[in-house]
Design a protein around this ligand. Sequence first.
Ligand code: ADP
Ligand code: ASP
Ligand code: MG
Length: 407
Amino acid sequence: MALVVQKYGGTSVGDADRIRAVADHVSRTLDDGNEVVVVVSAMGKFTDDLMRLADDVSPMRPPRELDMLLTAGERISMALVCMALAARGVESASFTGSQAGIITDTDHTRAKILEIRPDRIREALDSGLVPVVAGFQGVSTDKDVTTLGRGGSDVTAVALAAALKADVCEIYTDVTGVFTADPRVVPRARRIAKVSFDEMMEISATGGRVLMLRSVELARRHGVPLHVRSSFTWEPGTWIVEEDPTMEEAVVSAITDDTSEAKITVGGVPDRPGVAARLFRELANRGINVDMIVQNTGANGMTDISFTVAKTDLDVSRDTCNQIKGDIGAADVTTDDNIGRVSIVGAGMKTSPGVTALMFETLYKHGINIEMISTSSIRISCVLRADRVADAVRYLHTAFGLDAIEF
Ligand code: ADP
Ligand code: ASP
Ligand code: MG
């Protein structure tokens, strides 16, 4: 008997029909002789609606209260899924993150899981019940309700699969798997049957929101087999696997896009040791994650440092830079939230010369200016004007031969 953790995203539990379809699938999975643990997201865009409501009510959103509000979304889904299961004669029980033993740190709205004590989930399984767990939430070491960051139900599912030593963690969503690009941006994108953990981490880190980055990291660390698939067609999707050394690697597997970041430039800083250290220490102390960093070649002993942060962190980052401007001797701090990033990802690019040249030539051919560049051994990212990102993804998708062949 296999133990399967099934996570259903927002659209998969978006209305009464979808919830009934989920219950049917859980019931079929049981009939096939498996044990099932279900993890659910909030219905549709309910988390966004709650965020908007908070904005409408008050300019102040104490993080503890925001978490209390947002966790309500997943509670609704879990109870409704259990009701739909009951109608099919399947006995189940819903659990909040806290009841499921998901213990986190105290960093509200982006808490990290410290430990899972899945005793109640195991007991439920042992007594023949299907546990239905609210994704995206836990309880902190201070006993407060926390959330794990947007898209965090993926993390709940993988963490539970690891703690329960599940045979597979299935991520059900509104696309049939991981594609060569976001199918909403590139209609000719193709589903990838198998992708390595390394590549998936790069895809998730650069905008492919189909799996939250932390869930991929966690799955790799604990060896949890991940299967991303559709709750609309139920067909087999994409497996995230360890790289197979005997397999020929695709030079470029996917093109990603991301317009969720903004750029900050600290201009006219003295080109001497310690300036960057101070700047990024201050940002780190405020919990800001810095992504791309570019320091221009110094001239006359002065230089500029540009970096990108999530748009949601822009205000705090700008204030931080302005506060220490005097200390580090910077001339000015400017920001730009009209940027976007396009990235190409592929394990095979390590050994294939010419990939960077083809990327730059393709952008040049279409008159797209590159403002920043960053690379890893299996990724190249370029920052562009935000309004050129979608075009850039489509051009690169074609240039690297990823377009689906039409018959
Ligand atoms: P869920 O609510 O099920 O968690 P998400 O909206 O978080 O769903 O993730 C699924 C979405 O991710 C898809 O609808 C798709 O538009 C988007 N996406 C972005 N990049 C990719 C990609 N490379 N492959 C598949 N989907 C992608
Ligand atoms: N409902 C949460 C969100 O919208 C968590 C998730 O769906 O994974 O971010
Ligand atoms: Mg998601």
